[in-house]
Design a protein around this ligand. Structure first.
Ligand SMILES: Nc1ncnc2c1ncn2[C@@H]1O[C@H](COP(=O)(O)OP(=O)(O)O)[C@@H](O)[C@H]1O
Ligand SMILES: O=P(O)(O)O[C@H]1O[C@H](CO)[C@@H](O[C@H]2O[C@H](CO)[C@@H](O)[C@H](O)[C@H]2O)[C@H](O)[C@H]1O
Length: 545
């Protein structure tokens, strides 16, 4: 980048082109990648490559998004990393002359044929948001275009009233329209249909699952003859009081406070047999004394919604993207390769971070390393010959943060799958029990996060709190399992007999906790103690089964 491009410390670029012909200007394309967008994307919340070293950036597609008033461009970027992998991102861009609309959120200053202005993210502009919204409403007209706007059959919206960026903590960027619906613009994009779009549309149109926001429309880019990229997903807005993580952790804080005030003797809290199924009414009065029945009713209700989601996903007989499938050798090979690779990566991460750990975290990390043979063996012991149930499309990254709470009911969102997996891996049919294990791990997280964050306030030693945690967790698991199993079996969804369910659960719990270890050590190391403790408990429980 030359010194000439720097004005007032800001990026300033001059081109002898108008905005309408700017994308044909070779120098602009080159500088857009090398000088303008490289520093810009590194600072964006949606940029997922922060832990890796960016090598170079390319534009792999760009196209006008226009109506009679305005022309914007959609740009698909390919980020190439030193570590030899790539990621794609979508960025709609606009040229404006009045900076007051966006404040300091500019990408660069541009001078086009002498006209001064600013390059900005088009999502900041109401004119852009309105244009794409109206195009979705007019869906049919754009069905076969390079950018296809589709209107879902359940979409009854009459017209545009308002729009705003949702402004929540998220990996993509969502727009709220008319305060009644949401358009999620995917930032990290994949050359394939996004599973969030596929599953949301399927559950609304064919799965008849009511506890997820209705699919209302989408935006898709035709990338090549055979490939598309999902750019946007429109869904109804679910009024909510926050997600189930906030709901249950808030609840648990009160539960532990009550427990500590009552200070019952630990001997009165009978542990539940590992994976024993419980009716809400089976929860002992010794526990209900400090954890209200309503808590377990909510757990049971969430189990029912989870079962209904799986019933909706598992009833397909024609569309092969959704038809359930038996387990087979190909699946086992795929699974073991993926999990062993992931596990070796976790060992490496833990070994490299050992010097940063202390106290209980270090103790548990060493225990994890000393258990590596046991864990490896368990991951490799997956034997498809023993499995008679079916695998199906599942949520894939199911945890309390993916569930919205509204009027004591639960609405499941975000079917994009595990962020670490490739887009094709995320579409592989898996045992629905994997989602159940994801939710169990999440309850385990909620309990241990409550303990680690507040233990000084509770009148118990840490070890005693861990004992209580396991009793509470055992009851949650028991109540969830019973409702879930009853519900799916009534609908004839084949999840196998009890031994098979237990085998898959143990397998998936370990798989998920190992996955979480990597997520935490990379994203928020302080939290790694929770999966470390989780893995330790999973292995210990199995010993005493
Ligand atoms: N349909 C919806 N109705 C209401 N709020 C929603 C809806 N979808 C998402 N949200 C809110 O947006 C947040 C992020 O949504 P999510 O789908 O997880 O986005 P991302 O994939 O970008 O992380 C959610 O935690 C929730 O607060
Ligand atoms: O960003 P996503 O929602 O797709 O999921 C990732 O981030 C999650 C954390 O926000 C992470 O979830 C882990 O922490 C949760 C508590 O914050 C807990 O409820 C989950 O059980 C635990 O897995 C998730 O694993 C990761 O994919």
């Amino acid at each position: 980048m030359s010194e000439d491009n720097q004005i007032d410390g800001r990026l300033d670029f001059k081109y002898e082109s108008s905005w309408e012909e700017l994308l044909e200007n070779e120098r602009f394309n080159r500088e857009l990648c090398n000088d303008i967008l490289q520093p810009y994307i590194l600072k964006q919340r949606w940029y997922g490559g922060k832990a890796s070293a960016l090598k170079y950036l390319e534009i792999i597609d760009s196209f006008p998004i226009e109506d009679q008033n305005d022309r914007f461009y959609g740009v698909v970027l390919e980020v190439n990393f030193q570590e030899a992998f790539v990621q794609n991102y979508f960025l709609p861009i606009a040229f404006i002359t009045d900076q007051s609309v966006v404040g300091d959120k500019i990408i660069a200053r541009l001078r086009l044929n002498g006209q001064e202005g600013f390059l900005v993210d088009a999502l900041l502009l109401e004119s852009f948001r309105k244009q794409i919204f109206l195009k979705i409403l007019e869906g049919e007209k754009y069905r076969y275009k390079e950018i296809a706007y589709r209107r879902g059959r359940s979409n009854t919206i009459a017209g545009y009233e308002s729009s705003r960026l949702m402004g929540v903590e998220q990996s993509n960027t969502s727009i709220v329209y008319n305060e009644t619906c949401i358009l999620k613009i995917f930032r990290r994009v994949y050359v394939d249909e996004n599973p969030d779009y596929e599953i949301s549309k399927y559950l609304t149109m064919k799965g008849f699952f009511k506890n997820t926001p209705k699919y209302l429309g989408s935006i898709t880019l035709k990338f090549s003859d055979k490939n598309v990229i999902t750019l946007g997903l429109m869904q109804e807005l679910v009024p909510n009081k926050g997600d189930a993580w906030e709901y249950f952790t808030h609840y648990l804080k009160g539960v532990f406070k009550e427990l500590s005030d009552q200070k019952p003797k630990l001997e009165t809290l009978r542990p539940v047999k590992y994976l024993e199924q419980l009716a809400v009414t089976d929860v002992s009065s010794a526990i209900l004394a400090w954890c209200p029945l309503g808590f377990f009713e909510d757990v049971s209700n969430l189990a029912m919604r989870t079962a209904q989601m799986h019933i909706g996903l598992g009833q397909e007989r024609i569309n092969t993207a959704f038809t359930p499938q038996p387990f087979g050798n190909d699946y086992s090979v795929w699974l073991k390769n993926r999990l062993i690779y992931q596990f070796e990566n976790r060992i490496n991460l833990v070994e490299n971070n050992l010097h940063k750990l202390d106290g209980l975290q270090l103790e548990l990390a060493n225990e994890f390393l000393s258990n590596k043979k046991v864990i490896r063996k368990q991951l490799l012991d997956f034997d498809e010959d023993k499995l008679k149930s079916e695998r199906l499309r599942i949520h894939g990254d199911y945890h309390l943060g993916q569930v919205l709470v509204h009027e004591r009911d639960f609405y499941i969102i975000d079917f994009e799958g595990e962020p670490e997996s490739t887009i094709r891996d995320r579409k592989v049919k898996q045992p629905p029990i994997k989602d159940v294990a994801g939710m169990f791990r999440s309850f385990n997280y909620a309990i241990y996060a409550t303990i680690f964050n507040n233990h000084e306030e509770y009148d118990y030693e840490l070890n005693e709190l861990f004992e209580i945690a396991e009793v509470l967790y055992g009851n949650i698991v028991g109540v969830f399992l019973r409702t879930y199993i009853q519900e799916v079996q009534q609908a004839n969804l084949n999840i196998g007999y009890i031994k098979e369910i237990e085998f898959l659960l143990q397998y998936c719990l370990l798989e998920k906790a190992v996955y979480e270890l990597g997520y935490e050590l990379n994203a928020r190391p302080r939290w790694a103690i929770i999966p470390f403790k989780g893995i330790s408990n999973i292995l210990n429980q199995q010993k005493y089964e």
